[in-house]
Ligand binder design. Structure first.
Ligand code: FEO
Length: 170
């Protein structure tokens, strides 16, 4: 049976992951509006990945005999200055999520909840990847600058991303 404190914190994380999906979905819409379909594709897949994160937390609570409590999701921003501003926002957001995951891990350890600490390990690693991927995209955008041909090439690259459901930590 899952402890009440960790159950509450994980329920809050389900909200945070769903908000992440909502935020990236909104960014995908903004990117489509900037005539960057490849970036819009990349971001839509990012949103789908976030829903798999929410689902992992959901399934974990159920598996431990806890209660999933879904709450209202805040509305995300809908406008950004340009594509670089969007990716800066992604990086800032992922850093914030890393802080939330670390907070959950701290709680699991304080509660001596070894099962939750093991479960959260997947998210600790995932956040390293999430931040690295946002930094990489931001770096490429900085190199491309406002040059249309470079941005066009980058957009084609972002169009290649496909959704791959996670296979670990189910
Ligand atoms: Fe669910 Fe982007 O971390």
């Amino acid at each position: 049976m899952i402890g009440k404190k960790i159950e509450k914190a994980i329920n809050e994380q389900i909200n945070a992951e769903t908000y992440s999906a909502y935020l990236y979905w909104s960014m995908s819409a903004a990117l489509a509006g900037m005539n960057l379909p490849g970036f819009a594709n990349w971001m839509r897949i990012q949103a789908m990945e976030e829903m798999t994160h929410a689902e992992k937390f959901f399934n974990y609570i159920v598996e431990r005999g806890g209660t999933v409590t879904l709450t209202a999701i805040d509305g995300p921003p809908t406008e950004w200055k340009d594509v670089e501003a969007i990716f800066k926002n992604v990086l800032d957001h992922e850093r914030k999520v890393t802080g939330l995951i670390n907070g959950l891990m701290d709680l699991a350890m304080a509660e001596k909840d070894h099962a939750s600490a093991m479960f959260l390990q997947w998210f600790v690693s995932e956040q390293v990847e999430e931040e690295a991927s946002a930094e990489e995209s931001l770096g490429k955008l900085k190199v491309a600058g406002t040059s249309s041909p470079a941005l066009y090439m980058l957009d084609k690259e972002m169009a290649q991303r496909v959704f791959v459901p996670p296979i670990t930590g189910e």
